[in-house]
Design a protein. Structure first.
Length: 274
């Protein structure tokens, strides 16, 4: 039984998608579904109800918790958090899942759904969700807490990037072109491909970057490049998927070009030969 006609209509859509004919009746403002073909199509019913809970009721429950418990009144913020949560459930955010542990979502729901279908009497779907799926939603809440933390970190990161972009716009250019070899050790070269020594970089460095933001600003690459404020940066690396490069792309945007390390060797040789 459903109290909401909206839930009844959405539930009907999942039944139809699984080849099941509906048999809804309305009684005293409740919408009742009778399982006509349960004996021969039980697996299809299980699958349809599983999908309905995963695709509709989970996000609906999470949205309500975000509004009522966590006081996220802004819809866009809730959508962002739910998106992170859904990425976790789809297995895309392995690094976040590892913080709370893998959950077999279907196993949690399926056991409760089978019990629901085996019950001979009438069941209010809201009561089924509240009581029979309590353990499942407890685990969803654990995932949600991680998703909220990740959202906050992403917001802090974006604020940090925007702050450094603003800094870069106001900073006068100290080097027109800079070449950076992202290796061990990290090496800087000027536009004539002469290596820049530590003292030269130290003289250019704006110390306020490190004193005001010691946790966020990388002192080996980001701070020197921000201090130089070059018009163009050529970054040489064979590992483009590093988190540092993602940050460099976000800060320097079109100023940054990424090339393989062999390209730098070719350039240096060409300059030396000339």
């Amino acid at each position: 039984m459903f109290k909401s006609i909206q839930d009844a209509i959405r539930f009907k859509a999942f039944l139809t998608a699984n080849g099941l004919q509906d048999s809804f009746t309305e009684r005293q403002s409740q919408y009742i579904y009778s399982f006509q073909y349960l004996l021969i199509k039980k697996e299809q019913y299980i699958h349809a109800i599983l999908q309905f809970i995963q695709d509709v009721k989970r996000n609906e429950w999470v949205d309500k918790v975000l509004r009522e418990k966590y006081k996220y009144d802004n819809e866009d913020e809730r959508i962002e958090i739910i998106s992170i949560l859904n990425q976790m459930f789809s297995g895309e955010r392995v690094e976040l899942i590892s913080l709370v542990g893998q959950m077999d979502e279907e196993e949690f729901i399926q056991e409760a759904v089978i019990d629901l279908l085996d019950y001979k009497g009438a069941v209010l779907f809201e009561s089924f969700m509240r009581f029979r799926l309590k353990k499942y939603f407890d685990h969803v809440r654990e995932y949600l807490n991680i998703a909220i933390d990740e959202y906050k970190m992403e917001q802090d990161y974006q604020m940090f990037v925007n702050m450094l972009r603003d800094y870069l716009k106001k900073r006068s250019t100290k080097q027109n072109v800079v070449h950076v070899l992202l290796d061990k050790p990290i090496l800087f070269f000027n536009e004539k491909l002469n290596e820049m020594g530590k003292d030269e970089i130290k003289d250019i460095m704006d110390r306020r970057l490190l004193s005001n933001h010691p946790v966020y600003v990388d002192s080996s690459v980001i701070a020197p490049l921000l201090s130089m404020a070059p018009i163009k940066i050529f970054l040489y690396t064979d590992e483009e998927d590093q988190p540092l490069i993602r940050t460099l792309k976000n800060i320097f945007e079109e100023r940054l070009s990424i090339l393989p390390t062999t390209h730098l060797n070719t350039l240096i040789k060409a300059f030396t030969d000339t």
